[in-house]
Design a protein around this ligand. Structure first.
Ligand code: 5GP
Ligand code: ZN
Length: 114
């Protein structure tokens, strides 16, 4: 499968890693939009634009747990952070592998950009 995030998970493409467990890998975004910009990715290839299945709920829950740990590690748990996940054309989703953007380190402003 020609998926950049699958290749990062298999270490075929380098990444600056922040966190890893059985379900999840997290690394810094190559084009950061905030002082802290981490991508949190399930190790299983799931495309949110194709919908989730019940057996993926455990994986999805673990993304949130990982996000909290990463926010603490990056020093933004107290100051606050935003999780964004894109799905489908109007969202601007570039990579067809589920991921959270964890953004923080400054006031992030309005919810939707232009
Ligand atoms: P999307 O638009 O799919 O929600 O976000 C994809 C994100 O992946 C973008 O913020 C982009 O900068 C990031 N990205 C794309 N290719 C790479 C890569 O090879 N390495 C890393 N670390 N981030 C990438
Ligand atoms: Zn993938």
């Amino acid at each position: 499968m020609d998926c950049i995030f699958c290749k990062i998970i298999k270490r075929e493409i380098p990444s600056k890693d922040v966190y890893e467990d059985d379900f999840v890998k997290a690394f810094y975004d190559i084009n950061p939009k905030a002082p802290v910009h981490v991508l949190i990715v399930p190790k299983k290839h799931i495309n949110p634009a194709q919908g989730f299945t019940q057996d993926e709920v455990e994986i999805i829950g673990n993304l949130f747990l990982a996000a909290q740990k990463i926010a603490e590690k990056e020093g933004v748990f107290q100051s606050g952070f935003r999780l964004i996940t894109n799905s489908g054309p109007d969202s601007g989703q570039e990579i067809e592998h589920l991921h959270f953007h964890l953004l923080g380190g400054k006031p992030l402003g309005g919810l939707v950009g232009n």
